[in-house]
Design a protein around this ligand. Structure first.
Ligand code: NDP
Length: 276
């Protein structure tokens, strides 16, 4: 019997998830159907019920419903609990289990696909939104020498710093304090702000990025964003956008649902947009 899965968001027309999951299914011989669902804001729970009544087995969640997905779960994995948001649900009888694969997908892309190990490195993470909250535990688990998290609204960074400081060497700050004495300090700089979605640059200076081995932009498919352009001008050796993260988090979801891990390389290549 064909098992039904979906991705939900608003808007959803841009989503690459159906193509990614169907490519995984073909590659691994899994019999699934995977559909996009656009829900009105406030209409998440009703769409989940509709999907479950049709025998749906799982759901990927994109903006703006990751908090709704978290709220509707009957069980949370540790990663979902830490992130305070879910990007994946599994429907198992009456149980609705919430997961969050954003952080592990990002970390896997950086370490495995881009060959940039985090252990012992100094990492700067910009932003403390949903994606960053998933990334912080995944980064700290890899034992960097230091993880500095900076946010436009400093207060949010401080709150988050208190929540996660027990997991490792974490410094949380506003952007102003960040520029004092941090020039050339970081091996890896990750932009998890949504500034690029509006063609904006988070308030960082080139000197902060100088000497980094990798600048990583979570937004994908946008070519050279203002952040990546700044990184290139600062002489950063390698630039990447979030297409690998997108495919890796999908692979984690697929493996969780189906018990088989797909190969991600060909799918990443298919979706990659040159950074020009
Ligand atoms: P959120 O809305 O949850 O968080 C937005 C963050 O960006 C906040 O920290 C906010 O700061 C900051 N911000 C927004 N605009 C600016 C600006 N102009 N200058 C500086 N900081 C700014 O977004 P998400 O965490 O969901 O998404 C963040 C990015 O990650 C997006 O680009 C998204 O597309 C991408 N993403 C990629 C994924 C992938 O698979 N590749 C998966 C998930 C997200 P403040 O708190 O001050 O408002």
């Amino acid at each position: 019997m064909t098992d039904l899965y979906a991705v939900i968001g608003n808007p959803i027309g841009h989503s690459k998830s159906p193509m990614i999951h169907m490519a995984f299914a073909q590659q691994t011989g899994q019999d699934i159907q995977y559909i996009p669902v656009e829900a009105p804001v406030g209409g998440f729970a009703a769409e989940v019920e509709e999907l479950r009544s049709r025998g749906g087995r799982g759901l990927n969640i994109t903006a703006p419903f990751k908090l709704d997905a978290y709220a509707c779960a009957t069980e949370l994995t540790e990663r979902a609990r830490q992130a305070g948001a879910a990007n994946c649900l599994s429907f198992e009888g009456d149980r609705v289990v919430a997961e969050n694969f954003d952080g592990v997908g990002l970390a896997r892309d950086i370490e495995t696909n881009l060959s940039c190990p985090m252990r012992g490195r100094r990492i700067l993470l910009l932003g403390v939104g949903g994606a960053a909250r998933g990334a912080i535990p995944a980064f700290l688990e890899r034992a960097p020498a230091e993880l500095v998290v900076a946010n436009r609204t400093a207060e949010k960074a401080h709150t988050l710093g208190k929540q996660f400081s027990c997991l490792g060497n974490l410094v949380a700050t506003g952007f102003d304090a960040l520029h004092e004495g941090h020039a050339g300090r970081f091996d890896l700089v990750v932009n998890a702000t949504s500034a690029s979605l509006h063609g904006e640059l988070p308030p960082v200076r080139a000197a902060l990025l100088a000497d980094a081995a990798l600048a990583y932009e979570l937004a994908y498919g946008k070519g050279l964003t203002p952040f990546l352009r700044l990184a290139r001008e600062a002489g950063v050796q390698r630039l990447a956008d979030g297409v690998g993260m997108l495919v890796e988090q999908a692979a984690e979801a697929f493996a969780w649902w189906r018990g088989v891990r797909p190969d991600t390389r060909a799918v990443i290549e298919r979706l990659t947009v040159p950074l020009v």
